[in-house]
Design a protein around this ligand. Structure first.
Ligand SMILES: [Zn+2]
Length: 341
């Protein structure tokens, strides 16, 4: 199947549709959000049970024992020298120790997500929210972030700790998919694609799934081809991400932002040209002054506070490895340097 490149007019229209919002009635919106949280909770619980079962089997314990051990944070932290590490890697016990710790990390991640989802669901139950902004402020007022922080501190898994991206989740629930991607489809087929897409995206954002995982899930629920799913998921994720970003900028009073293209050789000419360009929020327009510019666009934006100098950005070699360059280096400058390397 041929996928047409989306024009900038298309993305502009999408942006306006998103701004108009699908669920005009607050109750419908909250009900939809509730359904997604419930679903995410069940899925995460299933994953947790699978981890407990595997941990029990690996360590020759019962399910209940495994749960107990894992909840006690009893697993040791790894503080070995390189030499010790090399010596230890050959032993079977050590490999199991690593496997256990890695499992514990994933379980902690899932548990923290579950706790955050519970927090959201509790807020929804009060029935006080009418607008996304109100919902978000209620969510942030709650104290469970403190709990999340405590768990994180206790375990020392700081960097890749899971935090729900509320704006993206709320956007995805509220996105008028029906008006956008599947115009040519009819009846049951169209309904299936739309509900499959919404659920895949929302669940993916809640869990922090990769694009590949989301695409796989979309194929599983709709039976669409992998190629088509990849393209839809990638461009829809870009769209929702940018729409959420726009709102964050607006709410936090950002006046200017910079275009940020990916520094690798796959970046297209148009995006490369825009890299590092500064735009006013008043001229924000998806598909023109803001990404996505085209299908499979990997560009994003960063707020410009007038003093963006300093810091670094990531560039990618053809073999996929990454390295850092100064934050104010633009695409063409990077390309010229990369060719000389
Ligand atoms: Zn781009």
């Amino acid at each position: 199947m041929v996928i047409q490149m989306k024009s900038s007019a298309y993305w502009k229209r999408r942006f306006e549709e998103t701004a108009a919002a699908a669920y005009t009635k607050a109750e419908e919106y909250i009900a939809a959000l509730n359904r997604e949280y419930t679903k995410a909770n069940i899925n995460i619980q299933n994953d947790l049970n699978a981890f407990y079962t595997k941990f029990a089997t690996d360590n020759k314990m019962t399910f209940a024992e495994a749960k107990k051990v894992l909840s006690k944070n009893e697993l040791q932290k790894f503080k070995y020298t390189l030499q010790e590490f090399k010596e230890k890697t050959i032993s079977k016990e050590f490999q199991q120790e690593i496997a256990n710790a890695s499992m514990k990390t994933q379980i902690t991640r899932l548990e923290s997500l579950q706790m955050q989802i519970k927090g959201r669901a509790d807020v929804l139950k009060t029935g006080e929210m009418y607008k996304t902004e109100e919902l978000l402020s209620k969510v942030y007022e709650n104290s469970y972030y403190r709990n999340v922080f405590n768990i994180q501190q206790g375990l020392g898994f700081g960097s890749d700790f899971a935090l729900l991206n509320d704006k993206k989740i709320l956007k995805a629930v509220n996105e008028p998919w029906a008006e956008s991607d599947f115009k040519s489809r009819t009846g049951a087929d169209k309904a299936k694609l739309i509900s499959g897409l919404r659920s895949t995206m929302v669940q993916g954002f809640i869990r922090g799934d990769s694009l590949q995982t989301m695409s796989k899930n979309f194929v599983a629920v709709t039976g669409t081809s992998k190629n088509r799913a990849d393209k839809i998921i990638r461009s829809e994720t870009a769209h929702v991400t940018e729409a959420a970003t726009y709102e964050s900028y607006r709410e936090t009073g950002v006046e200017k932002y910079d275009w940020l293209a990916t520094l690798d050789t796959k970046t297209c000419e148009n995006c490369a040209m825009l890299d590092g360009k500064t735009f006013e929020m008043s001229e924000y327009s998806e598909g023109e002054t803001a990404p996505p510019l085209h299908a499979n666009d990997r560009c994003t934006t960063v707020p410009n506070f007038g003093d963006n100098a300093g810091g670094t950005r990531v560039a990618r070699n053809d073999d996929g490895s990454t390295y850092k360059v100064p934050a104010d280096m633009e695409y063409n400058e990077w390309r010229a340097g990369a060719e000389k390397r």
